[in-house]
Design a protein around this ligand. Structure first.
Ligand SMILES: Cc1cc2nc3c(=O)[nH]c(=O)nc-3n(C[C@H](O)[C@H](O)[C@H](O)COP(=O)(O)OP(=O)(O)OC[C@H]3O[C@@H](n4cnc5c(N)ncnc54)[C@H](O)[C@@H]3O)c2cc1C
Length: 377
């Protein structure tokens, strides 16, 4: 007997909305279940936008996926009729022997990406907002920029609905079980069956799939929007997105766009692991000071009054690479935890990968780096 849905997607955030979009557009009967609204500000994808870059110091093996992500973001925005991807160029800067500069450069060389290498002085001449130590070096990759993260969830969800998907907001999944024909999912409103289950629950992954609790650790992040002393240095026409690895931490920034202020954050902000259902979402003076240290030292012209702050969740794996796999070989359950602070830019292609796995049990994309058994072996 056939089940009412081909696929149920748990969590309609960045990855889940993209999965619903690709599945529905390939004619599959999809149900997306989301515990909050679509979109919302309680998970990992809010705060206007996210950096996208081709140069990839985390591992050059991500670059083929990134090329496809760029194509799919462009295709989504032409379908949606709204610009979602803005190109500013991307900077990866650090001491010449540190990972952000040296691995970014290696990734450009390995994949023949257009790039320039700049000294700290050359960087400040080109982009006067930066004030880095003299021995720092930077890779400039011209195709980097940012994706409008909240709007892109809206675009994916709207596209999924238009293609026939069903999406329910404010309907948390309470439990799921495998059956002889696939899966059954329980919520406080009903019980649903499908052939396959995709779990893309972000910071709640370990709650929805307890087997993953030890390898998907939610962490509190706080980012800020600051009023630059010289605002003209921080518009998207003259300021690229950047990653900066320095003595006080690894920082990232995005030019003024969407809401007032220059956006600035620090990876693993205050190193606070959290329970995603019980944590302090209110930004504090200590949060602001952790960001200001970076501004003061490396971007002093941006060190003006704070305009806005937001708290958000990183979901970290032990090696900070994604998990995208079946829960077990032959299982109807596919799990997707592409965060560790760098997953958003891939959402469009991860939606495609998840649809491939659910429909064909395989994908042409190389996702071998994201196998779950690297932690369970
Ligand atoms: C501050 C910050 C800055 C970042 N900067 C960047 C960046 O510049 N570039 C980049 O590429 N990445 C960045 N990232 C990482 C990126 O945002 C994440 O990789 C991405 O948002 C993860 O998407 P997701 O779909 O896994 O999570 P989410 O978008 O949070 O979606 C998970 C969804 O599951 C839902 N859910 C959970 N449990 C249940 C349940 N039981 N039932 C139903 N629904 C449920 C949640 O409500 C949520 O909507 C950043 C992250 C943060 C926090």
């Amino acid at each position: 007997m056939s089940t009412p849905f081909d696929v149920i997607v748990v969590g309609v955030g960045a990855m889940g909305s993209a999965a619903c979009y690709h599945l529905a557009r390939r004619g599959k009967r999809v149900l997306g279940l989301e515990r909050f609204g679509v979109p919302h500000v309680m998970g990992s994808s809010h705060g206007v936008n996210r950096i996208i870059r081709l140069a990839y110091y985390e591992d050059p093996s991500y670059i083929p996926l990134l090329r496809r992500a760029f194509e799919l973001w462009r295709s989504l925005e032409s379908y949606f009729g709204e610009q979602l991807l803005f190109v500013t160029g991307s900077i990866d800067a650090s001491h010449r022997d540190s990972r952000v500069f040296s691995e970014s450069l290696r990734s450009c060389q390995l994949h023949s990406l257009a790039h320039e290498v700049l000294t700290a002085v050359e960087l400040s001449e080109r982009y006067p907002g930066f004030h880095l130590p003299d021995h720092f070096m930077a890779v400039l990759q011209p195709e980097g920029g940012f994706v409008m993260s909240e709007r892109a969830i809206v675009a994916h969800a709207a596209g999924a609905l238009a293609a026939g998907a069903e999406i329910h907001g404010f309907e948390p999944v309470l439990s799921w079980t495998t059956t002889s024909t696939g899966v059954r999912v329980e919520t406080d409103r009903g019980s649903y069956e499908a052939d396959q289950l995709i779990v893309s629950a972000g910071g709640w992954m370990g709650k929805v799939v307890p087997a993953l609790e030890s390898v998907t650790k939610p962490e509190r992040q706080v980012l800020g929007w600051f009023q630059p002393v010289q605002a003209t240095l921080f518009t998207k026409e003259v300021m690229p997105v950047f990653n900066l690895e320095a003595e006080n931490g690894r920082y990232y920034g995005l030019p003024i766009h969407g809401i007032p202020g220059f956006k600035f954050g620090r990876y693993h902000h205050l190193d606070e692991q959290i329970d995603p259902d019980a944590w302090n979402r209110d930004p504090t003076a200590r949060d602001e000071e952790a960001l200001r240290i970076g501004l003061r030292n490396y971007l002093p012209a941006a060190d003006g009054p704070v305009l806005s702050m937001a708290s958000c969740i990183f979901t970290n794996t032990p090696d900070e690479h994604f998990i995208i796999d079946r829960l077990e070989p032959g299982s109807p359950v596919i799990v997707a935890s592409p965060c560790s602070g760098h997953g958003y830019k891939f959402a469009a292609v991860i939606g495609e990968v998840l649809a491939d796995l659910a429909i064909d049990d395989r994908t042409d994309h190389d996702i071998s780096r994201f196998r779950l058994d690297r932690f369970t072996r």
